[in-house]
Design a protein around this ligand. Structure first.
Ligand code: PSV
Ligand code: MN
Length: 402
């Protein structure tokens, strides 16, 4: 459906009391990190699917991230994963990222693929495996320093599969000790983000199962340790916007891994399953007075075109953010104060149901990006170019397939 033209939308918003220029400025400042690992081959437990034109190394993954930013104007940062993105020369990588018009995002250590970590990494019963894991985390702090990154973003596959397999309290003490070691060497400009996930690959008890488990550890570590919320890591029906509000209010909301899920950690395009949840999360983010936390996409698309999926994800984030920004907060506060339940709810719905696409398109164009980024990608020849350059041959992987 063709949306109303920009002029009509902006005058309707202005009539409703929205400061349109402030909304446009806020959107122009939105920065989304896209994940280097989201551009490489990925798959399920059953198969990894290869795509024509997939990047062969981190430099090409960065090039894809730069294309997403060129089209959307919002994806100005790229998150990295190690050792997937390991290189000999980090100055060269940093120069490549900056020359592509991007900033270095969070550094994500990988403690889940080495066979030594079968029973855990920083919670492993064997102290020598724990030391190996801590050494990798410290190495990643050095990589982050060399690249000018301001965050370590940690996710642990640690957990147990059977009751009695290990001592749950001992595992907690081990992880706290390991992370204290890492926090002690963390440079002032870096944050430690601690992600949680209630299942997978462990199926009985995950060591960082929920936001509470992560928060408790962060509180022990210090104020630069914060919780990272991945939308795919909760049980069905969990109220993620409520978690957002609690962590933000405690000043411990470190950031997001955006994606969407239907049943499990499905890595579906953000906003594709539950756009209302995404809007409500942005309502909580926009309610804060400080800057937004780190906003990263964490999706490994299996069957859809990689760059296009990332572009669509960024567009969905832009639209959700703008919808949250146009909520009439004064009227909302009044209705809440008066206990007018349905008026309060209706005020959110008013914003959610507004078709903000023309405004978002205008802001993108003003930033030199595309009015319609998905169409511009389809028309622009980038995918053909990378297919020609990188080839469609099997056996070249990246990301999960490295
Ligand atoms: C784990 O499911 C996770 O969400 C973590 O953030 C990892 O770093 C990422 O996915 C790897 O794709
Ligand atoms: Mn994640």
């Amino acid at each position: 459906m063709t949306p109303a033209p920009y002029d009509l939308l902006s005058s309707q918003l202005a009539d409703a009391g929205v400061d349109v220029a402030a909304v446009e400025n806020a959107l122009a400042e939105l920065t989304i990190e896209t994940p280097s690992w989201g551009y490489g081959d990925s798959g399920t437990r059953f198969a990894t699917f290869q795509q024509a034109g997939r990047p062969r190394d981190v430099f090409e993954r960065v090039d894809d991230a730069a294309e997403v930013h060129r089209l959307t104007g919002t994806a100005g940062s790229v998150a990295l994963h190690f050792p997937w993105d390991e290189v000999e020369d980090y100055d060269k990588l940093r120069e490549h990222i900056e020359a592509a018009g991007l900033a270095v995002g969070a550094v994500n250590p990988n403690l889940f693929q080495d066979a030594d970590y079968k029973l855990g990494s920083i919670t492993h019963p064997d102290a020598s495996i724990r030391s190996k894991a801590v050494a990798h985390l410290k190495e990643c702090v050095e990589i982050a320093t060399a690249l000018g990154s301001t965050a370590q973003s940690l996710w642990f596959a640690d957990g147990t599969n059977y009751a009695g397999q290990d001592d749950l309290r001992a595992r907690r003490r081990r992880l706290t000790e390991a992370l204290s070691d890492v926090y002690a060497i963390l440079p002032q400009e870096q944050e430690l983000l601690v992600e949680y996930k209630f299942f997978e690959p462990a199926f009985y008890a995950t060591d960082f199962a929920d936001w509470g488990s992560s928060l408790l550890v962060c509180q022990k570590l210090g104020e630069r340790a914060k919780v990272l919320v991945d939308l795919g890591h909760h049980a069905q029906g969990t109220n993620v916007e409520h978690i957002t509000a609690i962590l933000a209010d405690e000043n411990r909301l470190g950031g997001f891994h955006f994606n969407n899920r239907k049943y499990a950690d499905d890595d579906l395009i953000v906003g594709s399953v539950n756009p209302f949840e995404l809007f409500l999360i942005f309502c909580e983010l926009a309610a804060g007075e400080g800057p937004l936390p780190r906003l990263t996409i964490d999706q490994a698309h299996n069957v859809e075109a990689k760059v296009e999926a990332m572009v669509l994800s960024v567009v969905n984030l832009q639209e959700s953010y703008v919808k949250a920004l146009i909520v009439d907060r004064t009227a909302l506060a009044e209705a809440q104060q008066e206990g007018d339940v349905l008026r309060s709810h209706e005020l959110l719905l008013d914003a959610y149901k507004t078709d903000v696409r023309p405004l978002v398109a205008k802001v993108r164009e003003q930033a030199g990006a595309a009015a319609d980024p998905v169409q511009a990608l389809r028309d622009g020849g980038y995918v053909q170019k990378i297919t020609d350059e990188r080839g469609a041959a099997a056996g070249v992987a990246g990301g999960w397939g490295r």
